[in-house]
Design a protein around this ligand. Structure first.
Ligand code: MLT
Length: 334
């Protein structure tokens, strides 16, 4: 009768309402190269909840950790083509697509969390954002600060560059990092991040370098015994958005996305300072890793690795770019 017709039209109206609500909430995909639990994940989840809040629920984000959406370098390609919305990946995996960010991966330029924060916040940071949009079709929205990259290996303690002899070390596919190991006298093996755990496990490579927080999130302690407490590159991991996606947003949404990125960056910095020491201790106490201090205050490592700087002046846009970074950090020109 008329009652059931009324009930039915109510159901139809409710169904239509829920369809239109679903259509207006846009769900974005975010790739993460690392497993859940590290700095990438912390940045990703923080950004996701902030952007949802700041857009009043118009945008939600689904995270895909552990390289599920491809290697870190694949995810830039995909974002650049508009096939992927967001990715969190290491800065060294952006360098091949936008070489001027190489100033941030030159060995021993960034030597502390404070240095990293200074470079990502200042004029230099803004230039990286602009250059990455121009060169790679992706926009840096936020930064995860993951800490200094520490060398790990399965064979023996490494204190000096000579101790690397006979070890095969995995490096990212990054010319600067390859050159740094060559300056230390070995030929590293460039491998995608997504293949690194298996390569370590199968003994295809003996070692790799990444921050304590990443070593822990990736469970590298299961396949590595020794860590050198060195700091040749500071790992920063930008959150990037496909520039075509960004340009398709309303001005209000763009503002919300940028603000969410800024807040998530601040959170990431606090997270590193709060967590790194504890995680380093856990690698020793719970997982039995042995930490070695670099010999002679790391001086041989520094001298040999910084000798490659001039080979990259052209790719970073000239020596003056390095000098500007060093000056922002209160250091002498190269
Ligand atoms: C790499 O070694 O390729 C990256 O630094 C890994 C990461 O994103 O954590």
């Amino acid at each position: 009768g008329s009652l059931s017709r009324t009930a039915l039209s109510g159901v139809v109206a409710l169904t239509m309402l829920s369809i239109s609500m679903q259509a207006s909430a846009d769900t974005w995909k975010m790739a993460l190269g690392d497993a859940a639990g590290g700095t990438q994940y912390e940045l990703g989840t923080t950004f996701a909840s902030l952007v949802e809040e700041k857009t009043g629920g118009e945008v939600t984000v689904d995270l895909f950790p552990n390289g599920q959406l491809g290697s870190e370098q694949d995810t830039i390609n995909n974002a650049s083509m508009g096939l992927l919305d967001l990715s969190v990946l290491a800065i060294n995996n952006i360098t091949p697509f936008s070489p001027t960010v190489g100033v941030m991966t030159l060995p021993y330029v960034i030597r502390s969390p404070e240095d990293a924060r200074t470079l990502t916040h200042g004029e230099i940071g803004q230039e990286m954002v602009d250059n990455t949009v121009r060169d790679a079709g992706v926009r840096i929205l936020a930064w995860a600060y993951s800490g200094c990259r520490r060398l790990t290996n399965s064979a023996h303690p490494v204190a000096s560059p000579e101790d690397l002899e006979g070890l095969v070390i995995r490096v990212p596919k990054n010319e600067i990092m390859i050159a740094a190991y060559q300056a230390w006298g070995v030929n590293p093996n460039p491998l995608a991040w997504s293949e690194t755990f298996t390569a370590l496990q199968q003994g295809v490579v003996d070692g790799q370098d990444n921050p304590y927080i990443t070593i822990d999130a990736m469970k590298f302690h299961e396949v590595q015994n020794y860590v050198t407490d060195s700091c040749y590159v500071f790992s920063m991991e930008p959150l990037i958005i496909s520039e075509s996606k960004f340009q398709s947003l309303s001005p209000e949404q763009q503002e919300a996305v940028l603000a969410a990125g800024e807040e998530a960056t601040e959170h990431s910095y606090e997270y590193l300072l709060a967590q790194e020491g504890e995680i380093k201790q856990r690698l020793v106490d719970e997982y039995g890793m042995e930490i070695t201090e670099p010999a002679n205050d790391e001086s041989e490592w520094i001298k040999q690795a910084t000798s490659i700087w001039p080979d990259f002046y052209d790719s970073i846009g000239g020596k003056e770019k390095l000098d500007a970074a060093l000056s922002a950090l209160g250091r002498d020109p190269a």
